[in-house]
Design a protein around this ligand. Structure first.
Ligand code: AMP
Length: 622
């Protein structure tokens, strides 16, 4: 049965039952249900005073923190809907999202509040010291406002093929039904702990935030950028006794390839979403871990996910289903005339039911194109959503998802319209035409490659083009390869033949950096590690990791190998802030090694080294 209500009221009811329980834990700090509810209520009162109410959008620009959770509840309690304005996004994209959504109220941490100084509206700085402290105690209580399930709860921007992202508006009814179903099915308990690690700008984070709070469990919030750092996540899962966690399959894959994978006896449920779960990953998981594995499927346009398949731990499976629709929703497999195809035949997946978004903000045209009348439900005015995914019914009544029928891709779990990257690049004066594809030259290693025909009258360089995109697109949309072409290969019908686009080869000219050979033992070892990730013969000391086509997942893998080689742990954040070249990484590692070696040990080592040849020193250090 479908269930309906207001998502924050699930938390309010629980806060009444268990006010003393730990509701959120973040880097050594924690907050009880009672305190979280009171702080969110105080914020909600403030928001009411600046005009927040049903269907009013409120931007949130914050890093992961306890305040972020207060902000989410504060907005919902005030009757509004939250719009994540991820501080990691470039200003240009944030500005577009603000303009498009017409957001006039923003909650930001102090360090990000400057970005909104030109906002024609209200910026509430929610930080320590708390803006919420000097308020009337009466404002600790729950608010009573005329809000119903069909009002909006949140709006997330997803990549748009025409060059601009689009905001999908989701209702309380949709997310309430989802979270309620999760509780009915998986029964989270009071002593359970869920790791909140998905970026709050992706809809998969929504159930992470709200599910634990309907049953008295604790939300353990990962540190900012912690979701990219596998070693940290393992530690957190082990040390905090996490029972529930969510991954995109690509991340789980790298997670399970690390030493000690599987050694997390407390973990009971692992939820995968956003990308296909391969048979190989299902098998590896079942061999290493005892937790249950769930494959969730759904788009941002349908409140996070609509189907679920719980792995039966049959490691001989070659087909991994996405399962069946959860109550209140239906899945159809249709042909181009909107007719059901026979079981086993391939068609497009359509979603119908309570989970559907209201549509795209300010885009009635696109909403009408993607959300079409549903002739099957029998309900007046029912709609169904064109997912653009291909699929088929399996003999056991489950669905299988078989990829896309368009240009939308998933790269490391991030949804990207490749057309958006090409369109933005074509706006650069030095580019006449661009085509973007995802290459998988090594199995499991997806990289974005953009091919472009330059504008003859305007000279440019790869580093200028990369910077141009970095100023406009999030990190996960920046291509690893930029390939200049005179013309694109064409199919017989005159379209660009993507299959014939050449394999990208990096050149020193493209990197724009003179070759500086590694010199010290540590630099040479790091160069050896990097060469396993980049298809480039001579990686120099000053070649930037990003220019070589690196991305955050590669960075974390490099750091794990460095830890094995030198026994020194460097966080991703340190690598990104201290410089992404071999020279910088080597000096960070050297400095850490020195810090960890005590003076007498060092003196002994140095006096021993005086009598050794260079080869002997290298052997010793090794
Ligand atoms: P998003 O809006 O970011 O949630 O992306 C939705 C798209 O991700 C879907 O339309 C699918 O193409 C893909 N997707 C999500 N979950 C799965 C899954 N479990 N298996 C295969 N593809 C998935």
């Amino acid at each position: 049965m479908q269930a309906t209500g207001l998502i924050h009221q699930l938390f309010e009811r629980q806060a009444e039952r268990t006010p003393e329980h730990e509701a959120v834990k973040f880097q050594g700090e924690s907050i009880s249900y009672g305190e979280l509810n009171a702080r969110a209520n105080r914020l909600a009162h403030r928001l009411r005073r600046v005009g927040v109410g049903p269907d009013v959008l409120v931007g949130i620009c914050m890093e992961r923190s306890i305040e972020m959770v207060v902000a989410l509840y504060g907005v919902l309690k005030a009757g509004g809907a939250y719009v994540p304005l991820d501080p990691d996004y470039p200003m240009d994209r944030l500005a577009y999202m603000m303009e498009d959504s017409k957001v006039r109220r923003v909650i930001a941490q102090r360090q990000f509040s400057e970005r909104f100084r030109d906002l024609d509206g209200e910026v509430l700085v929610l930080d320590k010291p708390q803006l919420l402290e000097n308020q009337d105690e009466e404002e600790d209580g729950n608010l009573s406002i005329a809000l119903n399930e069909s009002h909006l709860a949140y709006m997330f921007y997803t990549s748009g093929s025409t060059g601009k992202p689009k905001g999908a508006m989701n209702t309380h009814a949709a997310i309430y039904n989802r979270v309620h179903w999760m509780q009915q099915t998986f029964e989270m308990r009071e002593h359970d702990k869920l790791l909140q690690k998905s970026p709050y700008s992706f809809d998969v984070s929504v159930w992470e935030f709200f599910w634990p709070h309907m049953c008295g469990a604790c939300l353990v919030v990962a540190k900012p950028k912690g979701h990219l750092d596998n070693a940290y996540l393992w530690e957190e899962i082990r040390n905090e006794g996490i029972t529930h966690v969510q991954f995109v399959p690509t991340m789980l894959q790298t997670f399970l390839s690390e030493e000690g994978a599987g050694d997390v006896p407390g973990l009971r449920h692992v939820f995968l979403c956003g990308e296909p779960l391969s048979a190989a990953l299902n098998e590896r998981f079942c061999m290493l871990m005892n937790a249950q594995l769930h494959n969730l499927y759904g788009p941002t346009e349908a409140a996070v996910f609509i189907t679920n398949w719980t792995s039966d731990r049959d490691t001989s499976r070659s087909v991994i289903p996405i399962g069946k629709a959860i109550p209140g929703n239906a899945m159809y497999v249709l042909n181009e005339h909107y007719e059901p195809v026979a079981p086993g035949d391939i068609g497009e997946l359509f979603i119908s039911g309570i989970g559907l978004a209201r549509g795209y903000y300010g885009r009635a045209d696109l909403t009408a194109e993607r959300f079409v009348p549903d002739p099957f439900s029998g309900e007046a005015g029912a709609r169904m959503y064109h997912t653009g995914d291909l699929g088929r019914w399996l003999p056991d009544g489950n669905l299988e998802c078989l990829g896309r029928n368009d240009d939308q891709v998933k790269v490391r779990g991030f949804r990207i319209e490749l057309g958006e990257i090409s369109t933005v690049l074509e706006q650069h004066d030095g580019v006449n035409q661009a085509v973007t594809i995802v290459r998988e030259d090594q199995p499991g290693d997806q990289r974005i490659a953009v091919y472009y025909i330059p504008e003859v009258s305007h000279s440019t360089s790869v580093s200028k083009l990369r910077t141009y995109l970095q100023e406009r697109l999030p990190e996960y949309m920046i291509p690893s390869y930029f390939v200049e072409m005179e013309a694109f290969p064409l199919t017989s019908s005159g379209k660009t033949d993507r299959k014939q686009l050449p394999s990208p080869t990096l050149s020193r000219l493209m990197i724009g950096q003179a070759y500086a050979p590694p010199e010290t033992f540590i630099q040479k070892e790091i160069a050896g590690i990097w060469s396993g990730f980049f298809n480039f013969d001579q990686i120099g000391l000053d070649d930037d990791f990003i220019d070589l086509g690196g991305h955050s997942l590669i960075a974390t893998q490099i750091l794990v190998r460095c830890e094995h080689a030198f026994g020194v742990k460097i966080s991703l954040k340190d690598m990104l802030t201290l410089g992404t070249t071999i020279r910088n990484l080597a000096s960070t590692i050297e400095a850490r090694l020195l810090e960890e070696t005590d003076d007498s040990e060092l003196e002994e080592l140095l006096s021993e080294m005086e009598h050794l040849t260079e080869e002997e020193i290298e052997a010793l250090l090794k």
